[in-house]
Write a protein that binds this ligand. Structure first.
Ligand code: ADP
Ligand code: ZN
Length: 702
């Protein structure tokens, strides 16, 4: 290891463009370079790749990377090549000549990394030799374990690698945390002494939000409109709904496509490519989508339906914000989904486990405490303080005494003989007059009919869910989802137990909705750099984020490097990318800066132009018309010219009496802030323009 010590940071900067390691990366890399076997657990987007890619550059021979998906390989290899790293992959899509070339490169020690699927390993016998290989990385290592959620039989043969190359360090990497899987991986790979690295699962940059699933499409459309050009994934439960949702979004003018296992291979590849190349903004997909995608600028993930378990949910939201910039995860919580998932789980072979996992997911969705705390505790990590970046932290729910509400609901359930589902219970509470109610004569036979009509349908739903969560009633899944009482119900109905409920959160108050104001202005430097990146991506046929990721563009926007040495200081700019793209990006930054300067100068000129026309004797209206500006703008020019001491007869535009009135008001109101107090003072009869002008004159004259 000592011989590498001084090379870690220079190599990180030269090839990856980064100045510092993320948590644990350096320790892991040092361990690999010391020849240890390693087991790395890091969340999706945590930065696993560098843990074997950087050692690969320093070690003498080849690093073999076993990876389950061909799509993932190509992407990673393209990314490495863009950084000037000698990498390739080996699979059945290549010709015999290409395969021959790969072997030649290895014999001549020209290749640093080779990606291969486990099925193809047997074709690499010639090079499975300690003479050529320096390190073996097993990506998505959980695939080896039948305990994991993504078992692949072909992974099971990987155990022989340690027998065949006993002195070569193995590094196994996965984002799956559970203990049984972890132990199984180490055992099956024959690396019992592997050093274990378990990184934090906290992905602080992802803002977490859960909303009730009402009118999802219009909520989604609003959400997407608040993030123009920002790519995202919508996960759905069924193939059909992926298509329906994509269609609906298209009707709203959003570039969306669908992705699911029922599409042909070509259709899927196309959908994936269009997304990677930023041609479609949104992919509506089943969970089949995403595994092979390393796109670092996925800015948001929406769960249209509830996921089956927290592992899946966390992995899916982890696909957003890999570049470390702010990202959003929005989950729609619906009782109908829970019922549906519950049915699936009931029918599964390991139904007990599945139901327990679904329950945890449900508790998370209905939580009234910091959601990130709940997620991390699921992965065995305890967060000392609330995260501040989830909807509960940002909008803590307000509790109130909901005893009467609870009593009304529970007694209605009792009077309906515990035979009706939530919908009918709410209809009875609200005194609805629909067919079911009339047919069953609930309007005349149920005493509590209509006692809850002051509460909206949605709010009743919200309260009943809370009552269920707190155990005051339950859903009988096997009896048409009828609401039934529990032992706790009696305490509320007969023993005076108090019930605490939370108020429903208004969507408009929610954090993600607020972001609408944070729109990216179309003509920012970031947008310009993004456009340039897009053009390069098309011309060179590589995904835009492999040119530079969003975080790197943001830093360029902030720093505005104009020389090569400044450009190299940007995080994400390595030697190769500086050489290949430096000129173009610097030129764009320069052009942008110059244009801004010019605009500024022209702004200075605008007053001059107005002044010239004014001196020629034109009225404000005439100047406005001629210059295609509003009269207000011209009036503001005139005011500014007046303040600057130019020859302007300001009293042509305002009555001296009005100025005096404002002066008096000012004294009386004791110099108030802003214009509004004056507006109110004059009973809204003096317009804002006059008030502003008068105040300017008063200030100038004093
Ligand atoms: P994982 O494989 O764990 O899901 P990746 O290896 O794809 O994650 O890394 C996620 C993103 O983080 C990539 O865009 C990568 O370039 C970036 N990244 C990794 N390490 C660093 C670092 N030390 N500094 C800045 N960005 C990094
Ligand atoms: Zn929180």
């Amino acid at each position: 290891m000592t011989q590498y010590k001084d090379k870690l940071f220079p190599t990180l900067k030269k090839y990856f463009g980064y100045d510092s390691f993320r948590a644990q990366q350096q320790e892991i890399i040092e361990s690999v370079l010391s020849g240890h076997d390693n087991m790395v657990i890091m969340p999706t987007g945590g930065g696993k790749s560098i843990c074997f890619q950087l050692p690969a550059l320093l070690l003498k021979g080849l690093t073999l990377v076993v990876s389950p998906l061909i799509a993932l390989m190509k992407d990673q290899v393209d990314g490495l090549k863009a950084n000037g790293i000698a990498a390739n992959y080996y699979n059945s899509s290549q010709s015999a000549e290409e395969h021959q070339q790969i072997f030649e490169d290895i014999y001549n020690h020209k290749l640093k990394l080779l990606y291969v699927a486990p099925e193809s390993l047997s074709l690499l016998e010639n090079i499975l030799n300690e003479k050529y290989i320096s390190c073996i990385a097993i990506d998505e290592a959980h695939c080896i374990s039948s305990w994991g959620h993504d078992f692949r039989p072909s992974y099971q043969q990987l155990g022989y690698l340690k027998h065949k190359l006993p002195n070569i360090p193995i590094i196994a990497l996965t984002a799956t945390a559970d203990k049984a899987t972890r132990a199984d991986i180490v055992q099956q790979l024959n690396i019992p002494n592997a050093k274990q690295f378990i990184a934090s699962f906290d992905r602080k940059n992802i803002e977490i939000e859960v909303r009730p699933a009402n009118d999802r499409i219009s909520q989604i459309v609003k959400f997407i409109r608040s993030k123009p050009n920002e790519a995202g994934i919508i996960y759905c439960l069924s193939r059909k709904s992926t298509e329906q949702i994509a269609d609906k979004l298209q009707i709203h003018g959003i570039k969306a496509s669908s992705y699911h296992a029922g599409l042909s291979f070509d259709q899927r590849t196309k959908a994936q490519e269009n997304f990677i190349f930023d041609k479609t903004q949104v992919v509506c997909a089943t969970v089949a989508f995403g595994m092979g995608i390393d796109k670092s600028n996925v800015r948001w993930v929406i769960h249209y339906n509830m996921p089956k378990n927290i592992e899946g949910y966390y992995q899916e939201i982890g696909r957003s914000g890999r570049d470390g910039l702010p990202a959003n995860a929005l989950l729609f919580h619906s009782y109908a989904d829970v019922i549906q998932l519950r049915k699936f789980a009931d029918g599964a072979t390991n139904s007990e486990v599945q139901i327990a996992k679904l329950d945890r997911m449900k508790q998370f969705s209905e939580a009234t405490t910091c959601r990130r705390k709940i997620l991390l505790s699921y992965f065995g990590e305890l967060l000392a303080t609330n995260c501040g970046n989830c909807d509960v932290c940002k909008n803590p729910p307000e509790f109130f005494d909901g005893t009467i509400i609870a009593q009304k609901a529970l007694s209605t359930i009792a009077r309906l003989q515990e035979k009706e589902a939530t919908g009918v219970v709410i209809d009875v509470l609200r005194g609805a007059k629909n067919a079911t109610i009339i047919d069953k004569r609930y309007d005349s036979t149920i005493k509590t009919y209509g006692i809850g009509n002051e509460v909206s349908w949605k709010d009743w739903q919200h309260y009943i869910i809370q009552l269920i969560n707190q155990g005051y009633c339950e859903i009988a899944f096997h009896k048409h989802n009828a609401l039934q009482l529990t032992d706790f119900s009696k305490k509320v109905l007969f023993e005076g137990e108090k019930v605490k409920l939370t108020k429903p959160i208004e969507i408009s108050k929610n954090i993600v909705g607020k972001k609408a104001t944070r729109l990216q202005k179309p003509n920012t430097l970031f947008e310009r750099l993004r456009t340039l990146r897009h053009e390069i991506s098309i011309a060179q046929n590589i995904p835009a984020y492999l040119v530079f990721n969003d975080a790197t563009l943001k830093e360029m926007e902030r720093v505005r490097p104009l020389s090569e040495s400044d450009f190299l200081t940007i995080s994400g700019v390595g030697q190769r990318k500086m050489e290949v793209y430096g000129d173009q990006f610097i030129a764009e930054i320069l052009a942008f800066t110059n244009e801004k300067l010019k605009n500024k100068r022209q702004k200075g000129d605008t007053y001059k132009t107005t002044y010239k026309l004014y001196k020629e004797g034109l009225t404000i209206e005439e100047i406005a018309k001629k210059r295609e500006l509003s009269t207000n703008t011209i009036l503001s020019h005139i005011t500014k010219l007046y303040i600057e001491g130019k020859d302007v007869d300001i009293y042509q535009h305002i009555d001296k009496k009005d100025v005096q009135k404002i002066k008096d008001a000012q004294k009386e109101l004791k110099n108030p802030e802003g214009l509004k107090p004056y507006f109110e003072y004059f009973d809204k009869k003096m317009d804002y323009g006059t008030i502003r002008l008068a105040l300017t004159i008063i200030e100038k004259e004093s």
